[in-house]
Design a protein around this ligand. Structure first.
Ligand SMILES: [Ca+2]
Ligand SMILES: [Ca+2]
Length: 205
């Protein structure tokens, strides 16, 4: 009984902490300089959870696997409820498959992709970050996964990257490191190796 009483406040805290809001793009009004690449983490379906919209346009979500459009779109932002899920018609992927998400803007006939190079205006149209899960909507609870927020206007509009918001499960990857970041990483490893050699040399001496 004593143990149970102690556990209850902990559970209550855990419940409150898990209902975390979706990530927000940190610098609205500025083009997201990042580019993204996603892959499937396991064999099975990729499930999208609708996280809400601030879009006046009507949009639906689609998926391209290994360069081929799955051909099923869903989660219309004007009719879907927060927490509602969509598994792209039950399409199954294999671990490591390349995934590109897109939105079809039915109002304008434009399509914007999670990968920058595919976009008609050549700018990034998503902001993505890991999501801890727990947001409860009328359509269900959004689990932990990869958050993706879309900007749905050609040229980026207000660049708030929250016009269509989704969380995906069975998805890994994220920001592609810039060449400068790679250079810094390699330089960093080099320094670590240099320091280790110096320590070894000092120990011998
Ligand atoms: Ca916007
Ligand atoms: Ca918006």
């Amino acid at each position: 009984m004593k143990k149970l009483l102690l556990a209850l406040p902990v559970l209550a805290l855990a419940g409150a902490a898990s209902a975390t809001p979706l990530p927000n793009y940190p610098t609205p009004g500025a083009v997201n300089p990042a580019d993204y690449a996603f892959t499937a983490t396991a064999n099975g379906t990729v499930v999208a959870y609708f996280g809400g919209a601030t879009a006046g346009f009507t949009n639906v979500l689609g998926l391209i696997v290994n360069g081929v459009d799955v051909g099923v779109t869903g989660l219309n932002n004007q009719t879907s409820q927060v927490g509602e899920s969509f598994d792209f018609g039950g399409f199954t992927v294999n671990a490591g498959d390349s995934l590109i998400f897109y939105i079809d803007v039915l109002t304008t006939g434009e399509r914007f992709f999670s990968r920058r190079i595919d976009n008609p205006d050549g700018i990034t149209h998503i902001y993505s970050a890991p999501y801890a899960g727990g947001l409860i909507g009328p359509g269900g609870t959004i689990p932990a996964g990869i958050y993706v927020g879309f900007e749905d206007i050609l040229g980026g509009g207000d660049l708030d990257y929250d016009d269509l918001r989704f969380v995906f499960t069975n998805v890994g990857g994220g920001v592609i490191p810039e060449p400068a970041t790679w250079a810094m990483l390699i330089a960093g490893f080099g320094l670590v190796g240099f320091a280790a050699r110096r320590r070894r040399a000092a120990a011998i001496a």
